[in-house]
Design a protein around this ligand. Structure first.
Ligand code: BT5
Length: 246
């Protein structure tokens, strides 16, 4: 079936352990850039750094796409994905989504979507990467104690039902649009920063067993966060390795 990024193949499954695992297998089997895997439910869905993504059956989006950018374009894939989620939400509602550096999309201070990128690099070359997006369409976080005070969904925010396939179609279109921009070498960093809530805030960062506090000064062109510590010194935080404390 076509319908993935730029008309690539789109695979639907009722239930998977993780769309990341299935997309990764398809990538190993040679499926091309833009192949998309979607599941109705995930039993072992992954977040970053060993965390998990709660993926009950029903009206939520669990998507992974095979992407084959160059190694230097890879750092912009997370920007493309978070921006695509924000634009999708703006396209279908008057909500004001914002990005919490580096990979969360929030609405009214609660997480509605998260992005995960797994890449396989061999001998300095990117073999492939898998881009994962979880987006809460009709999730009811009040039923899930772990995320009841931190998560939200389109239905909770707007009080209406959404057809997840209609939302998925727009999300894939937006993803395709931003992904093509980065593949053409266009910078989307400025647009990403405009959508970000983190800049200017005092934030806490955990690095190993160290907890650091500082002011999020700006994001550099590669998407790294520049943190100003209380003594005035500056630290560059690399996206993908760090989580900001809530
Ligand atoms: C992420 O990790 O936010 C990346 C999530 C990526 C999920 C997608 S779903 C499709 C694809 N297949 C997969 O197996 N994964 C990807 P991180 O920044 O580590 O955030 C994880 C944290 O978000 C958890 O520790 C919870 O606090 C919170 N969380 C978990 N499930 C959530 C949900 N459904 N809605 C909102 N927050 C959630």
């Amino acid at each position: 079936m076509t319908g993935g990024l730029a008309g690539g193949q789109l695979f639907f499954f009722d239930k998977l352990d993780s769309t990341m695992n299935r997309a990764s297998k398809l990538a190993d089997d040679g499926y091309p850039d833009g192949t998309v895997v979607v599941a109705g439910q995930q039993t072992s869905a992954k977040g970053r750094l060993g965390r998990s993504w709660i993926s009950p059956p029903g009206q939520n989006i669990y998507l992974s796409a095979i992407v084959r950018p160059t190694l230097s374009q890879l750092r912009y894939v997370n920007m493309a994905a978070t921006l695509a989620v924000c634009r999708t939400i703006s396209d279908i509602s008057d909500l004001s989504p914002s990005i919490k550096w580096p990979n969360d999309v929030k609405v009214n201070g609660r997480k509605i979507s998260g992005v995960l990128i797994e890449s396989v690099i061999e001998m300095g070359m990117l073999k492939h990467a898998v881009l994962g997006i979880g987006m809460n369409v009709s999730l009811d976080p009040s039923e899930i104690p772990e995320i009841s005070s931190t998560a939200t969904s389109l239905s909770v925010e707007l009080g209406t039902y959404f057809d997840k396939n209609a939302v998925l179609k727009i999300l894939i279109e937006r993803l395709d649009q931003f992904y093509n921009l980065i593949k053409r070498g266009c910078s989307i960093t400025e647009e990403w920063v405009c959508q970000m809530e983190t800049i200017g805030k005092t934030i806490q960062v955990r690095i190993g067993d160290q907890l650091l506090e500082g002011k999020a000064r700006c994001v550099d062109n590669e998407g790294n966060l520049v943190l100003e510590k209380p003594d005035g010194s500056v630290l560059t935080l690399i996206a993908g390795e760090i989580t900001l404390q809530s």
